[in-house]
Design a protein around this ligand. Sequence first.
Ligand SMILES: [Ca+2]
Ligand SMILES: [Ca+2]
Length: 195
Amino acid sequence: MLIIAAVLSGCVSANPKVNRAPPREYTVTVLADRGWQESRIRVRSGQVIECAAEGQWNDHFNSYGPEGNPEIQKGHFSVMAPANSLIMQVGQHTNISYYIGLRTNVVAERSGEIRFRKNFSLPIGMEGEVKVKVKICDDADGDGLADYDEINFWKTNPLSTDSDGDGFNDFEETIDIRTKAAAAAETNAQEQAAP
Ligand SMILES: [Ca+2]
Ligand SMILES: [Ca+2]
């Protein structure tokens, strides 16, 4: 019996832990005239990295936002992404890059420090900067909703991808709620605006 208890407790400790702390938030400046730029933000494998970027990079002819130039695709960093767009890696010596653009959520495939750069173009003659708001969230059940938001906002189970067991996962259900809430707010505004 003791052996079974030991094995069971081993299983329990292997379960994902729910992190009740609010997400960590940072702002990172990414310069146009540099290569990879370290952020000093470390993530663990499985954490969700939420990025929202704004600002502009310029050369003599054009300005580019974080979404880059969609007419020219470049695949120099193992991701096919618009030229002059914002891209990210987790750690050095990785062959995985992520296209960030204006707004993207990434699940870290490994642990390490995240870093950013402008997708391939010659940095010479370019200037400007893009600011990236970065939010690091734990997501114990891997459903794309942060533990903190599940506990405090959605009131869903941070250890279940389908809290009410109806076959629709929590992420899909919260998208639905968000859409309905936005529509209701719009209807309210229209009703109030009506004479
Ligand atoms: Ca979750
Ligand atoms: Ca459900």
